[in-house]
Design a protein around this ligand. Sequence first.
Ligand code: NAD
Length: 367
Amino acid sequence: MVTEVIPAEDLKKVDPVFGQISFDDHEQIVFCNDKDTGLRAIIGIHSTVLGPALGGTRMWSYANEWEALNDVLRLSRGMTFKSAITGLNLGGGKAVIIGDAKTQKTPELMKRFGEFVHSLSGKYITAEDVGMKTEDMDLVREVTPYVTGISESKGGAGNPSPITAYGVFMGMKAAAKYKFGSDILEDKSVYVQGIGNVGEGLVEHLVNEGAQVTISDISQDRLEEVRSKYGVTIYGGNDIYSEPMDIYAPCALGATINDNTIHKLKAKIIAGAANNQLENENVHGPILQERGIVYAPDFLINAGGIINVYAELENYDRQEIMRKTENIYNTTLEILDNAKANKITTHAAALNIAKERIATRKRENIK
Ligand code: NAD
């Protein structure tokens, strides 16, 4: 899942790694290759200031290695700020495996990948992302302890998606409180784009609250399944961005807020689960701000999943997971107020707080 489309020719003009557009003073980038299993992976460690770099592994059929590198750099950076703003003692990392998860993923490949993770001695801790399942993490667990998101039967916290969905719902409610003066979503029109693991969970919360939910997905089977379960409307048009709506919830791909979509958007709030929703945070954040569209920063409101896997490391219980996830509501409201007071974008406000926490820890570590 590539989050920023950069022409391959442009990518090649810069230095291969440190000169990449998405390189942001990453601490370490590890290229993993194993001919026998066909494994080709990249582990990106953006920061370990707050703790070990934790972030999922994504398996995706990237068009080329540049795309894979760009993706891992962006995603690992995002993890640093996600954990920092959520108050977790974790750094930011992520891994990508180049290949088709449906046809190229084998137990041998997953275990070999686990060995590479193990070779980093805990500096990077992996988990699931797109193309990965709990069972894949169970395989990784056979060769390294540096993995989370394993099955509940094996002592893990299980599927993080319902917790992520709850956190997104909390962030959305906070944005509604800020924009409309009430966090009750009854009768608000909400478009959920992508009704996978997280999207469906979000639909359930919204329906329970009486929101008018419209869903879109590239999978017709999923659409029918979710409609019959929750009685929601399937989007029938071909340009979701132009539709009048109260809330747009991107829960599929990243970078859907881009030059082609941003001026069409009629939503009053953007709040969803997808990572890196703004194609370019420096360009598209300010345009949303000017247009008065409230953007609930993705890395803040989709942190439920990382809170869930962090529980495996810290041994805290379900109640604590829910308390921390519910707190996304308060943090989102604080960020939105902070952005308004300082006349900056909501993304920048969230980033500033995360960066300040990292800088403080860095100073403490030096003492
Ligand atoms: P998923 O793979 O289960 O679901 C994604 C859904 O989006 C699928 O149903 C797919 O068919 C659909 N989709 C793909 N392209 C689409 C398009 N162009 N238009 C509409 N629908 C499209 O993934 P998920 O676990 O539900 O995660 C959703 C997003 O949230 C991802 O971007 C992921 O990185 C992010 N996220 C997930 C978690 C988590 O706990 N699962 C945590 C944080 C962030």
